[in-house]
Ligand binder design. Structure first.
Ligand SMILES: NC(=O)c1ccc[n+]([C@@H]2O[C@H](COP(=O)([O-])OP(=O)(O)OC[C@H]3O[C@@H](n4cnc5c(N)ncnc54)[C@H](OP(=O)(O)O)[C@@H]3O)[C@@H](O)[C@H]2O)c1
Length: 377
């Protein structure tokens, strides 16, 4: 296992951090987590050198912290750092924060949390949390030793990210990043900004939730043609670890084989490891994925709100994702939400208001119909 510096904190962490959000039930599709299996996986990772574990109050129907707390008995707690997250949407005042933190400490069976994150904030939420005293609460808990580092996780726009990052004395930030998200969310620019401020960056969704582990034929052909053979997972993690600003790459694993594979990969990867040919390969891989994009919607939302309630950018984003990474429409998380809220393309009456507003001049009406045809199964 390679260990990497955590920016200004003066500590090191395992390059591979175990994400505790994806443990399965005893049978595939079960909503109840297989506790013994999950405990076994967590301890296997720690025995293999993992020192960084990531969970959150809400993961796995609020059971992830409990299972992690159990796994960290028998001396395991002292060997690792725990990152967990406050579910900020449940917070209205300091009393709520106090109660939540105490609950999390109890579930994790520990007297302190190493990395405490405001979970999935954007600029609007950040302003609200400031107004109810969340930063002062985090400062106080750090001074009391209940948390060691004040952090946030982020999925929003670069602009929001830069604003939040510069607005408080953060100890760490967790962002979504992988070779497909160079210009998405915080992106490469956001990674480099944190690096320039000495703020360590922990990466989530390094495999886009597993989607980058299965290469489509046009991508696999590129990997196969490269003189050195590596799996898509290895290429993705190697590319991430090549960035000096990355401290920890989280990966959620369901099987012992995945843990072992990741332990092997993270034993070999370090910053600056990729040569020019390898970097060119990853650029071609990105382009090959993007060649499967169905519609060039940038998600600017100028077309919204649709007078008939169609979630135009949401539909296009789900359609592109299905085309890029495969999968079945019925299991696509965003598409399920669109269906449940009745925001589907069949509501379109071709009024054309969206096309008049679209800065990309997309033939939205035609594309919506095409998307709807392909998204039903
Ligand atoms: N704060 C937030 O808002 C937020 C959001 C997302 C994630 N997170 C955290 O970040 C962690 C990492 O994100 P993630 O779980 O999405 O990571 P990820 O690495 O992008 O995806 C994990 C999935 O990749 C597949 N995988 C992992 N190792 C593999 C291997 N060696 N070979 C083949 N497939 C492999 C598995 O997919 P299969 O299940 O298909 O086998 C696994 O479930 C989460 O567990 C969670 O702790 C936080």
């Amino acid at each position: 296992m390679k260990y990497r510096e955590m920016g200004k904190l003066g500590i090191r962490a395992s390059a591979f951090g175990l994400g505790c959000m994806r443990f399965n039930g005893p049978a595939s599709g079960d909503s109840v987590i297989d506790e013994q299996k999950a405990i076994g996986l967590i301890r296997r990772a720690i025995d293999g050198g993992v020192t960084y574990l990531d969970t959150a109050y809400v993961y796995l129907d609020k059971t992830s912290e409990i299972v992690l707390g159990k796994a960290l008995q028998d001396g395991y707690r002292d060997r690792v750092t725990i990152a967990t997250k406050m579910p900020m949407e449940a917070v209205k005042n300091e009393e709520d924060m106090e109660n939540l933190l105490n609950t999390e400490l109890k579930k994790l069976q520990t007297d302190h949390i190493d990395f405490y994150l405001m979970h999935g904030i954007d600029r609007k939420k950040w302003e609200y949390f400031k107004s109810i005293g969340a930063p002062a609460f985090f400062d106080r808990k750090k001074a009391e030793g209940k948390i060691r580092y004040k952090c946030f996780s982020f999925h929003g726009s670069y602009e929001d990210y830069e604003y939040i990052l510069k607005d408080y004395d953060w100890d760490m930030v967790q962002i979504q990043y992988n070779f497909m998200d160079v210009d998405n969310q915080a992106g490469k620019k956001g990674l480099e900004l944190a690096g320039s401020m000495g703020i360590p960056v922990v990466i989530m969704e390094g495999l886009l939730g597993g989607r980058l582990s299965k290469a489509p034929d046009n991508v696999q052909a590129l990997y196969d043609a490269f003189p050195v053979k590596r799996s898509p997972v290895e290429w993705a993690f190697r590319w991430l670890c090549n960035h000096p600003q990355v401290s920890v790459v989280l990966s959620g694993c369901n099987e012992a084989e995945q843990i072992d594979d990741n332990l092997r990969i993270f034993d070999t990867v370090e910053s600056g490891i990729m040569n020019e040919d390898e970097l060119r390969l990853m650029d071609s891989v990105r382009a090959a994925y993007l060649s499967r994009t169905k519609v060039g919607c940038t998600g600017c939302r100028y077309c919204m709100p649709c007078p008939n309630g169609v979630n135009i950018p949401g539909v296009f984003s789900a359609w592109n994702e299905l085309s890029l990474y495969g999968g079945e429409p019925r299991y696509h998380w965003d598409l399920r939400g669109i269906r449940e809220r009745g925001e589907t393309p069949d509501k379109c009456v071709a009024c054309g208001a969206c096309e008049a507003a679209c800065p990309q001049h997309l033939p939205i009406i035609e594309k919506l119909q095409q998307a709807w045809k392909e998204m039903q199964d």
